[in-house]
Design a protein around this ligand. Structure first.
Ligand SMILES: [Zn+2]
Length: 195
């Protein structure tokens, strides 16, 4: 029986474009959001629907050589001392893509919330051209303001709210006019009583 708090958290995560899942303390999957299925379908895992993942260990999805690394990372996050951050590449045949995975202790303390944000996506042809700068028009609103999450520092797409991207260039050098907002997962994680 899941506490209401977790149910409320799931509700706030369901429509988030980032692939988000919840793990129990034994690293079993207790929830995957809608984006899981979309990502699986787009990346050759059509049979790996989220329904089939429930109750399975997330470690089943980790290649053998990487298991100790992921196990330690998730355990660090479960200890509650700090979230565990891990950046990785997951490209498709047509695009080069980077993701940032953030694993945080669930507010109930009974498991983890794992958020996989897209940090970079570009055609393979551009791969050799070096750092990709963000397309400002995607993030600047009608008053030239860029909104960043006050907790995870992801940036909101101005015309596609509530889509939040991890934009490394904005972390290194903040854009001219920044307003601080809060993204849906952070709202659920840190202020679940408001969700
Ligand atoms: Zn956030």
């Amino acid at each position: 029986m899941k506490p209401t708090l977790v149910n409320r958290l799931e509700k706030s995560l369901e429509k988030d474009p980032a692939v988000i899942y919840l793990l129990d303390r034994d690293l079993r999957i207790v929830y995957c959001n809608e984006a899981w299925d979309r990502f699986a379908a787009e990346n050759g895992g059509r049979g790996l629907t989220r329904q089939l993942q429930l109750g399975r260990s997330i470690m089943n999805a980790v290649p053998s050589p990487l298991k100790p690394f992921f196990e330690e990372g998730y355990r660090t996050a479960l200890s509650g001392t700090q979230p565990w951050e891990h950046c990785y590449e997951c490209s498709s045949p047509t695009v080069y893509r980077n993701f940032r995975m953030m694993s945080s202790l669930n507010p109930t303390g009974e498991g983890l919330v794992v958020v996989n944000s897209l940090t970079l996506e570009r055609p393979h042809d551009d791969r050799e051209r070096g750092i990709c700068f963000p397309n400002e028009r995607v993030y600047v609103d009608s008053q030239d303001i860029v909104t960043m999450c006050c907790h995870c520092r992801r940036t909101r797409r101005s015309k596609q709210a509530p889509v939040w991207d991890w934009v490394p260039a904005y972390i290194e050098k903040p854009p001219g006019l920044v307003s601080h907002g809060i993204c849906t997962p952070c709202m659920g994680l840190y202020y679940s009583q408001l969700v």
